[in-house]
Write a protein that binds this ligand. Structure first.
Ligand code: ZN
Length: 378
């Protein structure tokens, strides 16, 4: 119902008002300094308060089905000094109150970084369940002796507390990517040749490495991550396709990858347990073969997309996108256009454009599997 910040001496108080008593967990992160508040999934009717005190900014959204997350950007290290829930006398409204106190960086290192209400464990138990979206009916091959149809995983970029780029007319990247993912899914299923899974089918967030893990866990043969970002020059428009490479093809691609790789930071994913993935060497044999297949698919995509929609010059580019790092599933990232360009923004909202994109993807995917078949026979 309401979300506000207030300053009391050196303390910054943060209040969320709700119609039900919430379970919650709160934790702090550094690089950059953030405070993350998780509560059970809720509908958001809040008139958002203004950032003040140590709070520089904040955002909220579904972190995963079942959990609503608020991410607060702090200007300096803070300690969670107090946290409690107050009920009104008629039990119709509840307030979660959190007091944040600035501390030194060395105090931050030894401070209690995580607190939770006694009933949070009921919500957290759900966390161990992986996000697997069931395939719509009719996707399984009826005849079990026939090999299964190829599985394609479509990833709608961003989501939940991470809106992605926001266009001049207010279009949010996370909504464009979801609409296009659904259009492509429909197009592919209509051919009867593929099975299709979306990493998300509504507005929530998924950590970057979990996105390609959905592809790995489902033995996918292709992973396509959909985006529609912004670029500084608003005159630039057109779609582009990206594949993984240790070296970037150009400065813009490197910048884009760096920005995309920050999604997990924007939504407050605790990355401290993930070092082993970062350290994984890129160039083992399996990864090399996968990268080559990704490259072929990207080239086919550029060819087919060029027949339907406007492309950016040097359409196929390379950079170190975290979401493309599956060693086993060929993966591409498509920038469907730029939300910083007025014409592109208008098109990206149009179902007719989504249909064109979906058609070109389907043709490229058809070409890709025809090539696979030819190669396996020769
Ligand atoms: Zn994006």
């Amino acid at each position: 119902m309401d979300l506000r910040f207030g300053q009391h001496g050196e303390m910054t108080r943060f209040v969320v008002e709700m119609t039900r008593k919430p379970a919650y967990q709160i934790f702090t992160l550094n690089n950059p300094y953030r405070v993350v508040i998780d509560m059970p999934e809720m509908e958001w009717g809040a008139a958002n308060g203004k950032a003040t005190g140590v709070v520089k900014g904040f955002r909220h959204g579904l972190f995963r089905p079942g959990v609503t997350r608020i991410v607060v950007d702090a200007s300096k290290p803070v300690n969670i000094e107090k946290h409690f829930v107050l009920g009104s006398s008629d039990n119709k409204t509840y307030r979660l109150v959190v007091d944040l106190k600035p501390i030194s960086a060395s105090q931050f290192a030894s401070s209690t970084r995580k607190v939770e209400s006694a009933d949070w464990k009921n919500v957290a138990q759900e966390e161990t369940k992986t996000v697997v979206i069931p395939a719509p009916d009719g996707q399984q091959s009826a005849d079990a002796t026939r090999p299964a149809k190829p599985m394609i995983v479509l990833d709608a970029g961003h989501g939940g507390p991470d809106p992605g780029a926001i266009g001049g007319a207010g279009t949010r990247e996370k909504n464009v990517t979801l609409a296009v993912a659904k259009a492509v899914q429909k197009q592919l299923l209509a051919t009867g040749r593929y099975r299709v899974k979306l990493t998300r089918d509504r507005d929530f967030y998924i950590p970057l490495r979990k996105r390609y893990r959905v592809a790995e866990d489902n033995n996918a043969e292709l992973f396509v991550s959909l985006h529609a970002d912004k670029i500084e020059r608003s005159s630039v428009r057109g779609a582009s396709v990206y594949t993984l490479s240790e070296r970037s093809s150009d400065k813009e691609a490197a910048k884009l990858a760096a920005k995309e790789n920050k999604s997990d930071i924007i939504v407050g994913v605790d990355l401290s347990g993930y070092d082993e993935v970062v350290a994984r060497t890129l160039l083992d044999f399996e990864q090399r073969a996968t990268m080559e297949m990704s490259w072929h698919f990207a080239e086919m995509l550029v060819g087919e997309m060029g027949k339907e929609i406007k492309l950016l010059r040097n359409t196929h580019r390379f950079a170190g996108f975290a979401v493309l790092k599956s060693p086993t599933v060929p993966s591409v990232l498509i920038e469907l256009g730029y939300l910083s360009n007025r014409q592109d923004e208008k098109l990206l909202k149009s179902p007719a454009q989504h249909k064109k994109i979906a058609k070109s993807l389907q043709k490229a995917i058809d070409n890709y599997f025809e090539r696979q078949e030819r190669l396996s026979k020769s």
